[in-house]
Design a protein around this ligand. Structure first.
Ligand code: HC0
Ligand code: SF4
Length: 569
């Protein structure tokens, strides 16, 4: 342990600690900007500077290691002035358009620092010019506005170190962050995961917003607007309104959407149950035939883009099932349209997702049936929160309401899709039942739960050992798939989610998220599963009705036409 004194208080910390860590231990708040607890420390903005007795220069507390008997000052006038001057320098280069910035107020760390350090934005005019060539709208999911970049390096780090993709780099000549090869984002191997959006402290990276399109459709009396709500949204949206992570706010989301003008409010959990029927059936066939194993799940669009770019030889292993988002879209414009006597051309299908890549997925050319797009508009959880706030809907005071019928019911199995291991567990709940004619009816498969990057388990079903793996985050996926390709491991079924932790950690989720928040979200989700009276997909009464009345059997001709696809890069 190392002993030091900070602002007159003694503290002992591990020798690998930084001064910032020691300050945290003492409860001393230090403003930070480039620093992010989950990322490699760059130490390049210096806003967290402190003074060490006997040294002339200020040092960044986030990247300076503690030393025995160090005497540190964090809050002198000199330190405060230094921080202010660093902030003012950043502001002089930062466009002054906070009123129209896409970064939600409260999420902009630069703006927050103005309050914390008592710097009035109006006193620091923007001295640069806004360059249109620094705005990249090419991606379906993400906009990059490098006019606003403060060079913190977080996007570089998350994409390279957490996702293992490495789209961005510093260009020291031009003093900006660019994509490797200076391509537009669409031309790179970006998987649209949005992890860079979540860590960007300012409005330099944001989801390609569709709020205006959504509001227009919701107010159009000639359109029949159906909205689906993804599993993760129900246990995370509350954070935007001050509720604890994991709180189940399903009933309030439903009312909010009705108040926003939705004609029907439906449930992605319903189509997640349909996915299990289709994917479970596909798995059982492949297992029996011993063909194209391991089966790789297909619900995470970031992962699909990743496999297309990096492991095209494994595309034959990817399930042909569309994701629940897309299955819902296709069913809303076929089954639901028929049942309600509505012309599918008049239906606008909106989805609320914790994911930026879902915008890309909905735009994929494959995602339509007979020229009718499955999903028209995708909003992230954060975009929905913004809409609720702009429209002054008193979210916390709303009385819970239930989903509309036909595509509204979801089981506990569907809800846990949103966390890593959930799709696998949901599939196992149904597959084990089917393969044993109901003799094996396990509900809890705890071995595939948790936020670890790679999990594996062996499940005995009817004398057969089914070897499964669950992986989340692109870097972990690469590690696992390299082993699959090299024949070092041999699984029957692998669940892959492109974002760390699964959809709960999606690029469209509330900001911030960290390990503690992710744990709470996950616990909330499993509570919602436990509280659901139906916890297996094949028992969903609306799913039964769908098959009885319309699709007939999983894997039927009609099911294939509507709910399956193939991916070609
Ligand atoms: Fe997910 Fe999904 S679980 S990907 O994270 O499978 O986005 O929540 O909606 O489609 O259901 C996201 C979440 C979904 C889909 C589902 C799957
Ligand atoms: Fe990298 Fe994901 Fe951002 Fe694309 S969206 S640049 S893959 S972090």
């Amino acid at each position: 342990m190392v002993n030091l004194t900070i602002d007159g208080k003694s503290v002992s910390v591990d020798e690998k600690s930084t001064i910032l860590d020691a300050c945290k231990k003492l409860g001393i708040d230090i403003p930070t900007l480039c620093y992010h607890p989950e990322l490699k420390v760059e130490g390049n903005c210096n806003i967290c500077c402190v003074k060490i007795e006997g040294k002339d220069d200020f040092v960044p507390s986030c990247s300076t290691l503690v030393e025995e008997n160090l005497i540190v000052f964090t809050n002198t006038d000199e330190v405060k002035q230094k921080r202010k001057s660093i902030l003012k320098e950043l502001l002089s280069k930062h466009p002054n358009d906070c009123l129209t910035c896409e970064k939600a107020s409260g999420d902009c760390e630069l703006q927050n620092l103005c309050y914390i350090l008592d710097v009035n934005r109006d006193e620091v005019p923007f001295k640069g010019e806004i360059r249109m060539d620094l705005i990249d709208c090419s991606s379906d999911s993400i906009v990059r506005d490098m006019n606003k970049c403060i060079l913190c390096g977080r996007c570089i780090s998350v994409c390279r170190d957490i996702q293992g993709i490495g789209i961005y780099e510093f260009n020291s000549e031009k003093n900006l962050v660019r994509t490797v090869g200076d391509k537009s984002l669409k031309e790179t191997n970006c998987i649209n995961c949005g992890q860079c959006v979540k860590v960007c402290p300012v409005g330099a990276l944001y989801e390609k917003t569709q709020i205006h399109e959504a509001l227009k459709a919701l107010l159009d009396n000639n359109k029949h607007v159906v909205v689906q709500i993804a599993p993760a949204v129900k246990n995370t949206l509350g954070e935007e309104f001050g509720l604890a992570p994991g709180t189940d706010v399903t009933g309030k989301v439903v009312v909010s959407l009705r108040k926003l003008g939705a004609d029907k409010v439906f449930n992605t959990d319903f189509s997640a149950d349909v996915t299990i029927m289709e994917e479970g059936n596909e798995f059982i066939s492949r297992l029996k035939e011993g063909k194209n194993l391991p089966l790789l799940t297909s619900c995470s669009p970031g992962w699909i883009k990743f496999v297309e770019h990096n492991y095209p030889e494994l595309l034959k292993n990817v399930s042909s099932c569309k994701s629940p988002q897309q299955m819902f879209g296709a069913l809303s414009k076929s089954y639901y349209a028929k049942k309600s006597g509505i012309d599918p051309k008049n239906i606008v299908s909106i989805s609320i997702m914790p994911c930026t890549a879902k915008k890309f997925e909905a735009n994929r050319p494959e995602m339509e049936v007979n020229g009718i797009r499955d999903v028209d508009i995708v909003l992230t959880t954060r975009e929905l929160a913004k809409m609720i706030k702009i429209k002054n809907i008193p979210f916390l005071d709303l009385e819970d309401e239930d989903f509309d019928k036909f595509l509204g019911k979801g089981t506990g199995a569907a809800r846990i899709f949103a966390t890593s291991g959930g799709v696998m567990e949901a599939a196992l709940r149904t597959v084990s039942y089917v393969l044993t004619d109901g003799e094996m009816d396990d509900i809890d498969y705890k071995s595939v739960r948790g936020l670890d990057g790679i999990k594996e388990a062996e499940i005995k079903i009817n004398g057969t050992v089914v070897r499964v793996a669950v992986v989340n985050g692109a870097l972990n996926t690469r590690k696992l798939l390299d082993k699959v390709v090299n024949g070092e491991v041999d699984y029957h079924f692998i669940e892959v989610m492109g974002c760390p932790g699964g959809c709960l950690g999606g690029g469209g989720a509330p900001i911030p998220d960290n390990k503690e928040i992710m744990e709470m979200r996950k616990e909330g989700l499993y509570n919602s599963d436990r509280n659901n009276e139906i916890r297996r997909s094949f028992e969903n009464p609306e799913v039964k009705e769908l098959y009885d009345e319309y699709l007939k059997n999983p894997g039927s001709h009609l099911a294939h036409k509507l709910l399956h696809t193939s991916y070609v890069d």
